[in-house]
Design a protein around this ligand. Structure first.
Ligand SMILES: Nc1ncnc2c1ncn2[C@@H]1O[C@H](COP(=O)(O)OP(=O)(O)O)[C@@H](O)[C@H]1O
Ligand SMILES: [Mg+2]
Length: 175
C-alpha cells in the first residue's frame, strides 16, 4: 500500500493498493478496529475490489470463513468477533425489496454491516457510516478513498490510517 494521503478535514483519506492482498490487508485493518454497529458502504464498478475488501474485513473480524458476494440473497451473515452482515445490492431492482430483509438489524444491531453497491439504496443508510469508494486504476492498481461520517466512524478511520502508516514502516507484501 502506498500513497496514504490525508485529506484536509481529517475525516477522509486516500490509499493506493497494488494487489488483491494489499486490498485485503486494508480490509483486515477495518475489521480489526470496527465497532459494533459500524456501517461500511462500498461503491465502485464491477471488479473494482469490493468483495476483496470485504474478505479482508471478515478476516480482520477473526473469521476463518471466506466471504463471497451474496448476489442472489442480498445478505449473508458470518460469525466473528462481531457478526458480519455482508449485503450486495447489485441485483436490487427496487428499494422496496429491502423492506423484507430486516435491514435495521444489520444497520443498528451489534454487528458490522458491509454493503456493496450501496449507492443503489443510498437513502436507507444511516448518516453515521464509513464510505469507501474504490476506483480501478489498472490491472492490479486500485485507489480507495475512505470517508467517515460521525465520531465513531471517524475513530475507525483514524485507527485504520494509523495501521496503514505503521505498515509503511514494516513493508507489506509487494512493497
Ligand atoms: N489492488 C487490487 N485490489 C482488489 N482487487 C484486485 C486488485 N488488483 C486486482 N484485483 C482483482 O480484481 C478483482 C476484484 O474483484 P471483486 O472484489 O469481486 O470486485 P467487486 O466486488 O467490486 O465486483 C479480483 O479478481 C481481484 O483479484
Ligand atoms: Mg462484489
Amino acid at each position: 500500500m502506498r500513497g496514504s494521503k490525508l485529506l484536509p478535514n481529517n475525516t477522509a483519506f486516500e490509499i493506493l493498493t497494488r494487489s488483491p492482498e494489499e486490498t485485503r490487508s486494508l480490509g483486515a485493518a477495518l475489521g480489526k478496529h470496527a465497532h459494533a454497529g459500524a456501517v461500511i458502504l462500498l461503491t465502485g464498478e464491477l471488479g473494482s475490489g469490493k468483495t476483496c475488501l470485504t474478505q479482508g474485513i471478515l478476516a480482520g473480524l477473526g473469521s476463518k470463513e471466506s466471504a463471497r458476494s451474496p448476489t442472489f440473497v442480498l445478505a449473508t451473515q458470518y460469525p466473528g468477533r462481531l457478526t458480519l452482515y455482508h449485503l450486495d445490492l447489485y441485483r436490487l431492482e427496487r428499494v422496496t425489496e429491502m423492506e423484507d430483509i430486516g435491514l435495521d438489524e444489520y444497520l443498528f444491531g451489534d454487528g458490522v454491516c458491509v454493503v456493496e453497491w450501496a449507492e443503489k439504496a443510498a437513502a436507507l443508510f444511516p448518516g453515521e457510516r464509513l464510505e469507501v469508494r474504490i476506483q480501478r486504476l489498472g490491472e492490479s492498481e486500485r485507489r480507495l478513498v475512505l470517508s467517515a461520517h460521525g465520531p465513531r466512524h471517524a475513530a475507525l478511520l483514524k485507527a485504520v490510517r494509523d495501521a496503514v502508516e505503521a505498515h509503511g514502516r514494516t513493508p507489506l507484501q509487494g512493497d
